[in-house]
Design a protein around this ligand. Sequence first.
Ligand code: S3P
Length: 444
Amino acid sequence: MSGHGTPIPMQSRAGSPLTGTALIPGDKSVSHRALILGALSIGETRITGLLEGEDILDTAKAMAAFGADVKRLGDGEWLVHGVGVGGFGEPEDVIDCGNAGTGVRLIMGAMATSPISATFTGDASLRSRPMGRITDPLVLFGAHAYGRTKGRLPLTLVGAQSPHGVRYTSPHPSAQIKSAVLLAGLNAAGDTVLIEKAKTRDHTERMLRGFGADIETVKTHAGYEITLKGQPELKALDIAVPRDPSSAAFPVCAALIVEGSDILLPNIGLNPTRAGLFSTLVDMGADISFENRREEGGEPVADLRVKYSELKGIEVPPERAPSMIDEYPILSVVAAFASGKTVMRGIKELRVKECDRIDAMARGLEAMGVTIEEGEDYLIVHGQSGDVKGGGVAKTFIDHRIAMSFLCMGLATREPVSVDDGAAIATSFPIFQDLMQGLGADIT
Ligand code: S3P
C-alpha cells in the first residue's frame, strides 16, 4: 500500500551520460491480469517475470482473500492455484488495493457476478478516483454497489445472484472498464458484449483467449465489438510477463535528453495498444531501434536501443492517446527539451489517473521554468531546445509516474530537480532508483 507512509523527498541532477543495459520489471497490466485469471482458472498457473510492485502485491493478496492459493516461488516467479470461474469465496475482511486503479477495478469486475459481497478501499489517491464508471455496467449484471458520493471508495459490492450477460458500450476509452465488464461476463449466462469506440489495451482479451475462453473482437461502424461466451472453464496457463513498456518509457526518455547516452532495454512489451509513445518519439526524431522483434507469451516484444537525440516538437495524433495514455507525463518532459511546441490533445482521461496528471505536469513544468498551455483535454509544452532551467520542486500527489517523470527531467536540466515525495514509485517500478543509478544517473 502506498501513500500511508512518510513522504520520501528525492532529487536528481545532471551528470554523466546514461549507458548500459536496463532490465525493466514486468508489465503491470499483464501482471494484474495473470494473477486474476490464474485465480479464476482450474489448475496451477505459473507466472514468471511478475512485477513485484506494491500494486501487484495488493492484487495477489486480494486473490488469496477470494480463495485462490497464491505462492511466491522466487524472484518474479509465482504460482496461482485457481478456484475456477464462479468459485470465488467471500473475503473475511476489507480488500485494500492500495494505489491500484487497475487492481480494484478488475477485481470488482471479477467478483461482481458471484453471490458474495466484498468491501474495497485504497490509499488517498485511489479513494479520490471515480468508480461509478465501473459499477454502472456491473449493476446491469445484477450486482449492487454502495460507495461514497460519486461512487468513490470505500465501496461495497454485492455480487449478482443469477447474472446474465450484458451488452455495454463503454462511455470512456478505458481498458479498465472493458476488462471489468469482460471479467464479470465470465460468470454470467450467455454472451457479454462490450463495445469500445477506440481500441484500448487488449491484454485481457489476449489472456482470456490463452486461458481457453471463447472471445472474439470484430470491428464495426460503432468501433470494436468484443463478444465473450459466459461460463467457460478456464484452464491454467504458464505466463511469461513481458517487461513493461510504460516503465521502460522513463529510462528511454531520460537517454533521449541526456547528451551522449546510449542504452539497451531487452525484451520490452510492444503490444500495439501500448506502444504509442515509441511511435511519437520516433516522429519527434528519436534514435530508437527495435531489435529482435518476436512474440513471447502472446505479446509482441523487442529489444530497444536508444541514443541521445535532438528532438523536435510535434502535434501528437489524438487518436494515439489510448495507446500511450500513461506516457504523457514523461512525454511532456521530453517535449520541454525538444525544439518547438509539442501539442497533446484528446487527453482528458489524464485528469482521473492516480492524480490529475495534466494539472500535476503543468504546475511542475512551470516550476522548472517551462512555458505550457493547458485546457480541459490538452497540454501544450513549449520546447527549449535542450536548455531547461529546472531548480524547482515538483509535487507528485501520490503518483508514481509524476515522480519518475520529474526525476528523469532533472538528469538534463541546468539545476537539480526535486520531487516532494517519491514513495509511490514502489507501486509500479520498485527498482527505479537502482536501475537508473546503474545507468549512470544521479538520483538521490
Ligand atoms: C490500465 C488501463 C489504463 C491505464 C492504467 C492501466 C490497465 O487505465 O491508465 O495504468 O491495465 O487496464 P484506463 O483503463 O482507465 O484508461
